[in-house]
Ligand binder design. Structure first.
Ligand SMILES: *Cc1c(COP(=O)(O)O)cnc(C)c1O
Length: 430
């Protein structure tokens, strides 16, 4: 193979980051279940600790199984480097960590995963960080919210639970103009449907718990760095552009260029926050990712069929799915995620809150769980569960109004899913 030939997505999802094991020739990536790694000699150990040589020291920092996954996700997203974390929420804290300090803020979309809204509106305040939530369909509102303490913009590609597609091109144009990094949570789209870096994102975060693993077996997270942001263009990011006191004064951006953010996240972030992915978890996600494109194609095909069926049903008030022409966000599909609008959407049941709860109880094939992106179809009533901590106004803004049910369409036979919804709607609206 000539080295200038770029490998396709389906090839990368199987091969990127993996090579036959140097010790045994094992073809599959082994689970390196080890805490530490023997140094060749004292000189080798010193070079590793100085980041003069890349190698393994201790599995809180790096582990070969986990690194294989990081390289694979970086390749699929088109990034320079990636860091795996213990969960999607850990990835979000880790993504912000090199950028933030007490008194700093982020400007985030109102349309986010419920747990992310809680993390950003409540928990990060304990660190002295804060978030300002604005409608990311309103560029003027984003710009108005940015102040001299803002250090990042944050949004989701396809916002859970409303299936809303963010205009990443418009948002990244603002981030560029303001000299700020754009962080995009690409969990619900996956790099098969959208590669946010190609739309100007600086960092991409994932809950690997969802489609990347794909079968509901692990919690994990990943941060991918585009390697494109100039951390030294302003004095806003001293952890990367100035001597880092937490790493014997190393100037990460000067020393490591496009890999500065990734190395900082490992050498300082994982070292001191310890939100590390374990090698077993990385192994499951590596297994899942091998079939990502095949699964996503079926997820999207099924979602399109189920959404169209629900929309014509008189028991359903409306369906919020960008794959349908009725969606206000349908026009963005061709530009942002041309292979499909994902497989996660909401619909409103006539009969409101009570009918939604009855529908969830009557479904048989759909599992009632707080999860998404499984091979199995899943259902949840967000207002009474994942978005319960939010105020009614926040629920509506997040697309989780009380009369709305969220479904994550799996890769079963679409006709079976429709039959299950049909019988459950009959019971719920009787
Ligand atoms: C699940 C999810 C998260 C959080 O990930 P965990 O792995 O559960 O910590 C963040 N963002 C989105 C869009 C999610 O679906």
């Amino acid at each position: 193979m000539s080295s200038d030939r770029k490998l396709g997505f389906d090839t990368l999802q199987i091969h990127a980051g993996a090579k036959p094991d140097p010790a045994t020739g094992a073809r599959q990536v082994p689970i390196y279940q080890t805490t530490a790694y023997v140094f060749r000699d004292a000189e080798h150990a010193a070079r590793l600790f100085n980041l003069e040589e890349v190698g393994y020291i201790y599995s809180r920092l790096t582990n070969p199984t986990v690194m294989a996954l990081a390289e694979r996700v970086a390749a699929l997203e088109g990034g320079a480097g990636a860091v795996c974390c213990s969960s999607g929420h850990a990835a979000q804290i880790m993504a912000l960590f090199p950028l933030m300090a007490p008194g700093r803020n982020i400007v985030a979309s109102t349309r986010l995963y419920g747990g992310t809204i809680t993390q950003f509106s409540q928990t990060i305040r304990r660190f002295g960080w804060s978030a300002k939530f604005v409608d990311f369909d309103d560029p003027a509102a984003i710009e108005a919210a940015i102040d001299s303490d803002t250090r990042a913009l944050f949004c989701e590609t396809i916002a859970n639970p409303g299936g809303v597609i963010t205009d990443l091109d418009a948002v990244s144009a603002i981030a560029d103009r303001m000299g700020l990094p754009l962080i995009v949570d690409n969990t619900t789209a996956t790099p098969w449907l959208c590669r946010p870096i190609e739309h100007g994102a600086t960092l991409v975060v994932h809950s690997a718990t969802k489609y990347l693993t794909g079968n509901g077996t692990v919690t994990g997270g990943v941060i991918v760095d585009s390697g494109k942001f100039d951390w030294s263009a302003s004095d806003k990011f001293p952890s990367l552009s100035q001597p880092e006191p937490a790493y014997h004064g190393l100037v990460f951006h000067k020393a490591l260029g496009p890999m500065a953010y990734t190395f900082h996240s490992i050498a300082v972030g994982l070292r001191d926050l310890g939100m590390t992915m374990n090698p077993q978890g990385a192994h499951y996600t590596l297994m899942g990712i091998e079939t990502l494109s095949l699964r996503m194609a079926r997820h999207v095909e099924n979602a399109q069929k189920v959404a169209a069926w629900l929309e014509q049903d008189p028991r359903v008030e409306f369906v919020s799915y960008a794959g349908l022409p009725s969606s206000p966000w349908h026009g963005r599909v061709a530009r942002i995620c041309p292979k499909g609008a994902g497989a996660l959407f909401t619909f409103a049941v006539k009969g409101g809150y009570d009918a939604c709860v009855a529908l969830v109880d009557a479904l048989q094939l759909f599992s009632h769980v707080a999860n998404l992106g499984d091979t199995r179809s899943l259902v949840i009533h967000s207002a009474s569960t994942t978005h319960r901590q939010l105020t009614p106004e926040q629920q509506v803004a997040a697309g989780a109004a009380p009369n709305v049910v969220r479904i994550s369409i799996g890769i079963e036979d679409a006709d079976d899913l429709i039959a299950d919804l049909d019988q459950a709607l009959a019971k719920a609206t009787a």
